[in-house]
Design a protein around this ligand. Structure first.
Ligand code: ATP
Ligand code: MG
Length: 419
């Protein structure tokens, strides 16, 4: 036998025993998005590397350290998407989605890839539910977007999640703040990590998002952006808060949030759970009004968020909330003998075609083993099909949930009898 092969480190199989809760969660997400008028978009799992270096930003951890980048056979630099926004913005521009009535409201459920140290709530392949809205600058659009994850938590009865909210201003108010921040870190240079030294030149706000303990410590006393935003940004932030109030969505102002992408502006937010240990942010997002330009398009305002599905499911698990979407067959057909097998094959084709869930034996099991199997898979009804039944043309429809058995003419058996 050849040596066994394992999945790449930090990449997990979602096995049949678990896939039901993924489907159930995805269904609730699709339902909520649909109710709010968001449409699903599916973009390629890989993009030209530039999409991320320009769309997410060179100075971010994601781009500078975590990307799976390789050359394809044509010598082009390709990257497995580490997040969803940049690819969606690329698609929005490339496909002229901006010609549709604004705002354009999109959502996606995708796999993402980041070369990180795998641990609880941190994987190399993980999944995101993300939402992007283009065209709207009104603070009500910020609040509307934030209401989606909130509604998802409420609907599934999740507790212990806090919404942290901040404003990081616009390009103009940030320019002045950047200088202040640069000045603050300048004389502490020798204590910064090497990545943050580059950030100091290019984008000092990123230093506040660094995971390095030393940089974190230095950042504690740094000036806060919220104290330096212009009056327009302050007004916008004020209104976002009052809309959230009107929607009955509690939040905390957290002046320390800067978020991972380079092009966020004004509203940034995170939903933080008490159940996730070190990886406590289950959802994060914000406004990114400059990104469409950054990716070579016209300037369209944008706002979005991404939620980590694995972290969400961990949270549900630790709160004992179960989600199930297990399909059980309506009928199990237990054939005995070759002629019965042929009839069983015909019945499965006919009844599944008519909408019922029907399975039969494919293993040549004994009748006893088949009955055991039918009960294990949770079949609602069972019929035994042997020579006797074929001759008499009658079968007994057994109700596995204890209902009365019914005698039915074999030819008359239809999907409605078992559903
Ligand atoms: P963190 O600070 O935990 O590294 P991040 O700021 O890098 O998070 P985002 O880029 O905002 O995360 O991604 C949105 C969400 O995706 C996160 O809030 C988290 O729930 C999830 N997420 C991010 N990276 C991972 C990962 N490696 N494994 C699992 N989930 C992840
Ligand atoms: Mg990260």
């Amino acid at each position: 036998m050849s040596e066994k092969i394992s999945a790449p480190k930090g990449m997990l199989d979602i096995l049949p025993e678990n896939s039901g809760k993924w489907t159930a969660l995805e269904n609730v997400i699709r339902d909520i998005c649909g109710r709010h008028g968001f449409e699903e978009i599916r973009t390629p799992v890989v993009e030209h590397t530039e999409v991320f270096s320009r769309g997410v930003g060179d100075t971010t951890d994601v781009v500078s350290k975590e990307m799976y980048t390789f050359e394809d056979k044509g010598g082009r630099s390709i990257t497995l998407r580490p997040e969803g926004t940049a690819g969606v913005v690329r698609s929005f521009l490339e496909n002229g989605l901006f010609n549709a009535p604004m705002p354009v409201k999109l959502f996606y459920l995708i796999g993402c890839y980041r070369y990180e140290k795998p641990q609880k709530g941190r994987l190399r392949e993980f999944h995101q539910f993300g939402v992007e809205m283009f065209g709207a600058t009104d603070p009500m659009s910020d609040a509307t977007l934030i209401s989606l994850p909130h509604q998802l938590f409420e609907r599934l009865g999740v507790s212990g999640v806090t919404l942290h909210l901040n404003s990081i201003g616009c390009r103009s108010c940030r320019a002045e703040y950047r200088n202040k921040l640069r000045a603050y870190f300048e004389d502490k240079k020798d204590k910064l990590c090497p990545t943050c030294l580059t950030r100091l030149e290019k984008n000092p706000m990123r230093i506040l998002d660094c995971k390095d303990a030393g940089c974190k410590e230095l950042g504690k006393e740094a000036p806060l952006i919220l104290d330096h935003i212009c009056s327009d940004c302050a007004d916008h932030f004020e209104k976002v808060q009052s809309y959230l109030g009107a929607m009955n969505i509690p939040f905390e102002i957290d002046a320390r949030i800067v978020r991972g992408l380079d092009y966020y502006n004004r509203t940034v937010f995170e939903f933080v759970s008490t159940d996730l240990g070190a990886q406590s942010t289950v959802c994060g997002g914000g406004r990114y009004d400059g990104m469409t330009e950054q990716l070579g398009g016209e300037d369209f305002p944008g706002i979005g968020f991404a939620m980590g599905m694995e972290r969400f499911l961990l949270m549900l698990e630790s709160q004992g909330i179960t989600l199930e979407d297990k399909k059980v067959p309506d009928l199990y057909i237990a054939p005995m003998g070759e002629a019965a097998k042929v009839k069983a094959a015909a019945l499965v084709a006919e009844l599944t075609g008519a909408g019922a869930g029907v399975v039969t034996d494919l293993m040549g099991k004994s009748l006893k083993a088949q009955m055991k199997y039918a009960s294990k898979i949770g079949a609602r009804h069972v019929i035994v099909l042997g020579d006797g039944e074929l001759e008499s043309g009658k079968i007994t429809l057994k109700d596995m949930n204890g209902g009365e058995p019914k005698e039915i003419a074999l030819d008359a058996l239809c999907a409605a009898d078992v559903q």
